[in-house]
Design a protein. Structure first.
Lengths: 472, 102
């Protein structure tokens, strides 16, 4: 190697080492909002891009199963307005991950429609990339037969029947599909199901920031201002990344990060505080160091990226569990309360008999759940303290059946039976339940369940994802 | 008798994905953290007993740098499933709050 090449390489390395990337998280979730002035300030501080997560599995399987976005649409539109306006003004990309809360095809389309509407209404023009992450069950079935689908722990039973009966599957993308969209010149990227961390790591890694820095910064940024010492309201967060580490500082001068508040955020919603599993590898923060560089900014170094043996993406699926109808009732009579356990046991037996007799519906073809608030309604089977100490309880009687009609038909038999169910201390017709509403029952609609906790081994990180382009 | 919450600034439970629950007990100062760690109030054995899961399924961490004890357990009922009672997993920490600290 001659001297010139060596110098050129040193120079290149130096340049890479000197390059700093400023990443901005608009907020922790696209619908929850942020201060407009915080975003403007963060972008004016020299942001290279703005990211925002729009989803989570936290609210349960309903959104993935039903295809409904979580919204509210007006809030999502308002937040997108500010993100698009500021990033277009600065000429930097915006990346939205897990569109519409679950990241399925209808969620992506819903979000893209809002973006189109904004472009029309504001006469904005830009290149939009929409990355679809919904997985065709036939493709997933083939992957399953090839042994490419591996369970995590704990995993529900998963086979080809589950795949064919499920409502919807998505794969969670890593940084690569986002990088493809950035390389293609996308100004606005709306991604389906996407790793929260990838939203913030994709661009920095493309620009030479090491993965351990980019992924660690992504983990801190993904919840917006959640990593500040005292989060007064949802807001933006910013980080400056370089080859050694990153400095995180809230753009809002009212908020501040401390080493403890930033370190503590790696705990949040993560089973193992030292290991963050991402598509393509894990971030190991065992040796991470956090120190204050001011009373508001924290420097983070020392994370380690451990590449995976095989590239995997998490798959998420939801299947229909049935249709729900519920009734809410209060019980105040101390004699009923003191024998509530046996009261509900005998009530259940009477109800089951009535449903067989009147609806010709066998026991076991529906679920009947007494949720007793004031005893174990909150923790269910995990509650060890079954005493009733208050002077009343709140009861939710929860029926799930194979159709809404059946659940709705079962429900009045249930609550009417309970209303007049006898206890030994009283003779004559009693009314045990206080219903706050008329009609007492409520049809809740379809109930879904997460049907897999699995990963998919893939050769090409972009394989399950499809990017479509639009010039707006 | 003193109770666990008096030594902490935050006790919380939360989903770590739909299939696991994670618990963070964040102490208000080093003395509080150290005292609770030293008397071995919180252990995988206790967690297993309180939440009815095998001790081997409890991931347990004492994180001195941020004065936190953290543990995670598999969910018996997955988030949002028909029998679930807490979709976000945010109220399963209740039985920890008033644990007596001797």
């Amino acid at each position: 190697m001659d001297r010139t090449t060596l110098d050129a390489r040193t120079e290149l390395r130096l340049e890479q080492a000197l390059e700093k990337i400023r990443a901005v998280a608009a907020t922790g979730n696209l619908s929850t909002g942020f201060r407009e002035e915080s975003l403007i300030r963060a972008v004016n501080q020299g942001a290279h891009f703005v990211g925002c997560d729009a989803g989570s599995t936290d609210s349960g399987p309903y959104y993935l199963g039903s295809g409904s976005p979580r919204g509210p649409r007006q809030a999502v539109k308002r937040n997108l307005t500010l993100i698009l306006r500021e990033t277009l003004r600065a000429g930097i990309p915006a990346i939205v991950g897990t569109a519409g809360h679950a990241g399925g095809r209808p969620h992506l389309q819903w979000t893209v429609e809002i973006v189109r509407e904004l472009a029309r209404e504001n006469d904005w023009h830009f290149k939009l990339a929409a990355i679809d992450s919904e997985i065709d069950p036939a493709i997933l079935g083939a992957a399953f037969r090839n042994g490419a689908i591996k369970p995590l722990f704990p995993a529900p039973v998963f086979d080809e029947q589950v795949i064919s009966e499920a409502q919807r599957f998505v794969a969670m993308m890593g940084i690569e599909p986002l990088q493809g969209a950035l390389a293609g010149g996308a100004q606005i990227i709306i991604a389906g199901r996407c790793s929260d961390v990838a939203i913030y790591a994709a661009l920095p890694v493309m620009r030479g920031i090491p993965k351990h820095v980019a992924f660690h910064a992504g983990k801190i940024l993904e919840c917006g201002a959640a990593s500040v010492a005292q989060r007064l309201y949802p807001d933006c967060m910013a980080a400056e990344l370089d080859s050694e580490g990153f400095t995180v500082e809230p753009p809002n001068p009212e908020l501040r990060c401390t080493p403890q508040s930033v370190a503590a955020h790696t705990l949040y919603e993560n089973a193992d505080p030292y290991t963050l599993v991402e598509p393509g590898g894990s971030l190991d923060t065992t040796a991470a160091r956090y120190h204050a560089v001011s009373d508001r900014a924290v420097r983070v170094e020392g994370g380690r990226f451990v590449p995976a043996q095989k590239y995997t993406v998490r798959i998420e699926g939801a299947s229909l569990a049935g249709y729900r109808s519920i009734v809410i009732a209060g019980i105040r009579d101390p004699l009923v309360l003191k024998q509530l356990g046996s009261f509900l046991t005998t009530l259940r037996a009477t109800i089951e008999r009535k449903i067989v007799d009147n609806l010709a519906t066998p026991t076991g073809s529906y679920t009947l759940n007494f949720r007793v608030y004031g005893r174990d309604g909150t923790m269910g089977a995990l509650e060890s303290d079954l005493k009733i100490e208050g002077h009343e309880i709140g009861l939710i009687i929860d029926v799930v059946a194979s159709s809404q009609t059946l659940a709705s038909d079962i429900l009045p038999l249930v609550w009417h039976t309970g209303l007049h169910h006898p206890i030994p201390e009283y003779q004559g017709l009693v009314s045990n339940f206080a219903f706050p509403f008329s009609p007492p029952g409520i049809d809740v609609g379809p109930v879904y369940r997460f049907c897999c906790n699995h990963v998919w081994e893939i050769d090409n990180p972009c394989e399950p994802f499809h990017t479509s382009w639009e010039e707006l | 008798m003193a109770e666990l919450w008096q030594f902490t600034k935050l006790i919380r439970s939360k989903n770590a994905g739909p299939f696991e629950l994670t618990f963070d007990i964040m102490f208000k100062d080093f003395e509080s953290y150290d005292r609770v760690v030293k008397i071995r109030l919180l252990t995988p054995e206790l967690v297993g007993r309180l939440y009815g899961v095998p001790e081997a399924a409890v991931q347990f961490f004492e994180i001195k740098e941020i004065l936190t004890i953290k543990f995670s357990i598999p969910r018996k009922v997955f988030s949002g499933d028909v029998d679930d009672s807490d979709v976000y997993g945010g109220q399963f920490h209740g039985p920890l709050v008033r644990l007596p600290v001797r």
